[in-house]
Structure formats: structure tokens, C-alpha cells
Design a protein around this ligand. Structure first.
Ligand SMILES: [Zn+2]
Length: 227
């Protein structure tokens, strides 16, 4: 008889501990727990496990912890967002800088690059694509012992002007017209078939300041106009 009672008691112990049983059952359980050590022990173990989450204070502090954790996570998210924006901007600037600084000269093409004379002023015009800029040098060359006034120039493109600008600017109407100077002061015009910009940079930054090596430049240029 006692054995059966223990099994029944253990079946209803959780309900008893949750305080959802009627008074008769409650009395029955309590009477049994008073005389049965093993069921009492079982009730204590179960009671400890169940008591924890129903404790009001613990619940409150749980909520605080969750809130704090949420705040911390939120702050972490904001920091991560700011960092990703900063990194993205830096990457875009880096790509732009790289693409706009990586230049190469546009090879001479008589169909696209023409010297024009406008009332004694010489101009050069460019009709091709991808133009980023112009480098122009006024210098003197010695030809058959005679000093001549020369203009050496070249058009250049950059990775940016070649690959990115066409995406935004479909018309590509930039004509690339540049004034070269008074016709009376120019004997020859050369088109540089090398990276003139890089060469001039090299000359200005090497110490002691290196004079332009006109011969070096002329050798790598094509004469496209002479008086
Ligand atoms: Zn029992």
C-alpha cells in the first residue's frame, strides 16, 4: 500500500509544488511527506529546481541583465556599422586615388590628335576616348647646331577615365583642346610616346634637381608639326 502511495505522490509532486492542486490533494501529499523520507527528499530536490525561476527578484535582475546585454549588443552594432562605413569610404577613396593616379599616355593617332592654327595661336585638339589630361613641356632643342623652341606634350588616360568615367558620362564630349602658345615662338611640336608626367616628376624630385634631358625626351617622341 505504501509503495503505491509513493508512486502516486511522485506523480502529483510537481503539481503540488506548483500549488495547483486542490486542498484535499494537498493534505494527502503533506500527510505522506511527513511520514516518507524518500518522497520528502524528492520533493525538496524538485522544489529547488522549480523554486529558482519563480523567484521574483531573480526574474527582475534577469530582465536587467537581458536589457544590459541588449544595450551592449546595440552599441556593438552601432560601432560595427560606423566602422564599416568608414572602411567602405576609405576603400572607395583608395580605389579612386589608385585609379586616377595610375596614368598612361595615349599613343599618338593623327586622326584624333590634331594641331590647329587659330590666328597665330597654336592649339592641339583630341577627339578620342578616355581622356584624363594633358602634359605639356616647353623646351629648347638643338638641331644642326641651331637652338629651336619645342613643345613636347602628350595626352594621358587613367584607369578612372578609361573604365569608370564612361559609365557616368556617355557622351564623352570633352574635346581636350589645349593652347600650346604663339606660333611665332614655336619651331617644333613633339608628341611624347612615353610617360612624360612620370619623367617630369622624376626630374623634379631627384636631388639635386635634375635638368630635363631634352634629348631623352625627343628620342621617345614623334615630331607632329614643324614651322
Ligand atoms: Zn513516499
Amino acid at each position: 500500500m505504501k509503495k503505491i502511495n509513493c508512486n502516486i505522490i511522485r506523480d502529483i509532486l510537481p503539481l503540488y509544488l506548483d500549488d495547483v492542486v486542490c486542498d484535499d490533494t494537498k493534505e494527502l501529499v503533506e500527510d505522506h511527506l511527513n511520514i516518507c523520507d524518500s518522497c520528502r527528499m524528492e520533493a525538496e530536490i524538485l522544489g529547488q529546481n522549480i523554486a529558482l525561476p519563480t523567484n521574483r527578484n531573480i526574474k527582475l535582475s534577469d530582465a536587467k541583465v537581458v536589457k544590459k546585454l541588449k544595450n551592449r549588443l546595440f552599441r556593438k552594432k552601432v560601432v560595427v556599422s560606423v566602422i564599416s562605413v568608414v572602411v567602405s569610404v576609405a576603400i572607395v577613396i583608395g580605389i579612386y586615388a589608385y585609379m586616377s593616379l595610375t596614368s598612361s599616355y595615349i599613343p599618338y593617332d593623327s586622326a584624333n590628335i590634331r594641331i590647329e592654327d587659330d590666328n597665330g595661336e597654336l592649339y592641339v585638339s583630341y577627339d578620342g576616348d578616355h581622356l584624363a589630361g594633358t602634359v605639356i613641356v616647353h623646351t629648347e632643342v638643338t638641331i644642326d647646331g641651331e637652338e629651336k623652341d619645342a613643345v613636347i606634350f602628350s595626352y594621358y588616360e587613367t584607369l578612372w577615365s578609361r573604365y569608370v568615367e564612361p559609365l557616368f558620362n556617355q557622351s564623352q564630349e570633352e574635346s581636350g583642346i589645349c593652347g600650346l602658345g604663339d606660333k611665332s615662338e614655336i619651331d617644333r611640336i613633339y608628341y611624347a610616346e612615353f610617360d612624360l608626367d612620370a619623367y617630369l616628376d622624376y626630374c623634379s624630385y631627384s636631388a639635386p634637381t635634375k635638368e630635363w634631358d631634352t634629348e631623352y625626351m625627343i628620342e621617345r617622341s614623334e615630331m607632329i608639326w614643324s614651322e
